[in-house]
Structures are given as structure tokens and as C-alpha cells.
Write a protein that binds this ligand. Sequence first.
Ligand code: TMP
Length: 216
Amino acid sequence: MKGFFISFEGVEGSGKSTQVGLLASKMQEEGLNIVVTREPGGTRIGELIRNITHGRENVDLTATTEAYLMSSARAQLVREIIRPALKDNKIVIVDRFVDSSLAYQGYGRGLSEETIWQLNKLAIDEVLPNLTIFLDVTPALGFSRRNGTEKIDRLDLQQKDFYDRVYKGYKKLTVNFKDRYFVLDGSKSIAEVEKEIWDVVKSKIKMQNAKLQFKI
Ligand code: TMP
């Protein structure tokens, strides 16, 4: 596989989406060929699935159904967007990927990491990020950052202990997959986090440069 695949992970309010936007702008300025997307969503089918997973009325969604829906949206995104872009030697930035299912459905809902991997095997079809950026922000800090203007979805309505399990799950993933994880203190200023992300992305891409011919 060619190209370079970056995923962002973190709990609600960790600043992921802001940093995805900043990194994408920086890369565009540098003339890099990028594709930016998100999960669940990023494709027409994926956004339809997102309407189900995020709809506040869908409180009867079971944990297993939720896990299948997340992996279905992922299967579509991998085939429609991510793999074609990587084959085309592009840099793909995705706001959440399989680690979100491991953290939220696996650790948060208690389905186990192993079950989530089994469920996602076909969906990801061996497409895994080269680099996963984890913005380390506790759920307490994440929620305290909200200013009341955000749209509240079904996933924002969970109990505190759910987010604590998700956060602890993420911490385990950062250790288990330390080769592809880069952990950042997300409580720092937006500008500081942005700089640290750019530094690591630049060096990782440079390392692959010989293979990939990125002009950075
Ligand atoms: P966000 O787009 O605001 O980050 O919201 C996505 C929500 O969906 C967030 O609560 C995490 C959740 N989610 C899962 O539970 N499992 C998954 O596999 C993915 C991609 C997201």
C-alpha cells in the first residue's frame, strides 16, 4: 500500500476536529495531496448510518447493533475513499477510525477488544493507520470545554462512567499499539498542540519520503 494514513482519536471535547482542520490547512499550504474525512460518515452511505448512530431518538440501539453500524460505515469509507486515495499516493486524514470502536464499543460498552477486532476485520480489510494521533484529554476536561452551543447527539447523552471506561480503553490502546500511536497532552493550547502534531507528521512523512516521493 502506498500513501500515508493518519487517524485522530480522543474523547468528546479533546479538540480532534479543530486539529484535523488545522493539519489539513497546513498540509494544503505545503502543497501535499490530502483527503480529509470522518467517522462515522464521510460517504453518502456512512452519513446515513451516522443519522442512526447519532439520532437522539435512537436510545433503543443495542451495543451490538451500534458496533455493526460503526463497522459498516467504516467498510464503506475504506472502499470508497481511504483505499483509493492511498493507492493514489495521497495522505488520508480521518477524524476517528477503528480505535474509536475499540474504545467506545469495546471498552465503553463492554463488548471486548477481541470482539470488535473480529467484527472489523472485513470492514478494514488490512487498511490501518500509519499514524494515530491521540489527543489526551480526560472526559471531565473535554466536557468542561463545551460552551453550550454544540449540537447534543445520542452519544453525548451517556453516563460519566461510560466516558471514563472509553478514556481508560484509549490509554490501553496507546500502549498496545505504541508503534503507530502518538500521544499528545491535549490540555495544552490549540497552537501548541498544532505545532506538536505538525512536527510529528512532518517527520513521519519524511521517513517515508524515499518510498512515497512526497515533496516535503
Ligand atoms: P464526533 O464526530 O463528534 O467525534 O462523534 C462521533 C461519536 O461517535 C463519538 O461519540 C464517538 C462515537 N463513535 C463510536 O462510538 N464508535 C466508532 O467506531 C466511531 C467512529 C465513533
